[in-house]
Design a protein around this ligand. Structure first.
Ligand code: UGA
Length: 349
């Protein structure tokens, strides 16, 4: 039997790169990867079932439409997903996260392909529920001048369009909502500013700069280790007895719910395992959100997923705690341990 083909747009991204490695190591898929660069994909590049093309989703319509037509399953993972950019380049977020991805979804409809789309925990916004549920929680966004919400709003409209294509045009889709995935290849640690919190804290520590707690750091997040997230995605892709078709899944770890201030202290603890003297010199300071992001920012105070859908339909359960996830991330940045490379060496298929 011929192997199935999967298209990963944004293959060099945080989720994309790890997903490609796991697909090659654990499945028989022919993996078609598209991105503008390959640095996170090094372990995959020479694999005989990996086919990489350097293409830009905002320019190379014809080539990407052809790939959609050729593949069986499509994951459009190209997106800007850092709050620092939502407030400085909101149009860029709309053009990439919404406009460019809508074309891909429409090609999936046209060629009758299965699409697995990354929604986001951000669609729930400032909902007041203690935990966010895919089918019961309202999506609560802030005012228009708080441009932080353009990402959540773009993703939410994509969710609604994809859902409607399922309803009216039989599109086979799954929406998954990552809740603060973290891990080695999240953002670029060399970036001065604007990364997501774990990378930003590690960047500051490596540069000898103080860690900045936005508004005191009492806001909470549930941190989910990337490999737990990928494990869930593989189950969605496998789609045993159509368990994921036309489903919406929160993918998060409700047990690893910490304030940003607690996160800072956990990171300091892990750094001290590597080098106690270094950890003793880390400074933590509080800044206002206006100082850190500018006035177009508004924060999410609490964000806990209900994961019943994923537990019951996909038989998925996250396993890795925050401290271990930070250990693995630091090991990558300090010692260069690339777990995707190790996985592929151990599982050559
Ligand atoms: C993230 C991003 O929007 C997306 O990556 C994604 O869709 C979604 O949420 C998710 O990963 O679930 P957010 O959770 O606010 O948004 O992401 P971070 O930038 O990692 O910020 C987390 C918290 O840390 C925020 O409250 C922020 O104000 C705070 N922070 C961030 C600091 O206190 N200091 C910093 O240096 C950076």
């Amino acid at each position: 039997m011929k192997s199935k083909k999967i298209l990963v747009l944004g293959a060099n991204g945080f989720i994309g790169s790890s997903l490609c490695a796991h697909l090659l190591a654990k499945t028989d898929f022919e993996v078609y990867g598209v991105d503008l660069a390959t640095h996170k994909l090094m372990p995959c590049l020479n694999h005989d079932r990996f086919h990489f093309q350097e293409l830009d989703l905002t320019i190379h319509d014809e080539a990407i439409e052809y790939l959609v037509k050729k593949c069986d399953v499509v994951l459009p993972l190209v997106a800007i997903a850092t709050p620092g950019v939502y407030v400085t380049n909101p149009l860029g977020v709309f053009e990439l996260d919404f406009e460019a991805n809508l074309k891909v979804v429409r090609w999936c409809v046209r060629y009758d392909k299965r699409v697995i789309f990354p929604s986001t925990s951000e669609v729930y916004g400032m909902a007041s529920d203690a935990a966010f549920d895919e089918y019961n929680t309202s999506c609560v966004l802030g005012p228009v001048d708080k441009q932080r919400w353009i990402y959540a709003c773009s993703k939410q409209l994509m969710d609604r369009i994809i859902y409607a294509y399922g309803f009216q045009r039989d599109l086979d889709y799954t929406l998954f909502r990552p809740f603060n995935f973290i891990g080695p290849k999240l953002d670029d640690i060399r970036n001065e500013a604007g990364s997501r919190v774990v990378t930003q804290f590690l960047h500051n520590i490596l540069q000898g700069k103080p860690i900045e707690l936005v508004n005191g750091g009492q806001q909470t997040r549930c941190f989910t280790f990337i490999e737990d997230g990928i494990d869930c995605l593989l189950k969605i892709i496998e789609n045993k007895e159509h368990c994921a078709s036309r489903g919406i899944f929160n993918v998060g770890n409700p047990n690893e719910n910490y304030s940003v201030a607690q996160l800072a202290h956990i990171i300091v603890d892990v750094v001290s395992e590597f080098d106690p003297k270094w950890a003793a010199n880390i400074q933590i300071k509080s800044v206002t959100s206006d100082e850190h992001y500018g006035i177009a920012y508004q924060d999410v105070e609490r964000r806990v997923p209900v994961i019943r859908e994923a537990q019951e339909k996909l038989h998925w359960q996250p396993k890795v705690n925050l401290k271990d996830a930070i250990r693995i991330t630091l090991d990558y940045h300090l010692n260069g341990t690339d777990r995707d490379a190790v996985l592929l060496q151990q599982n050559h298929r």
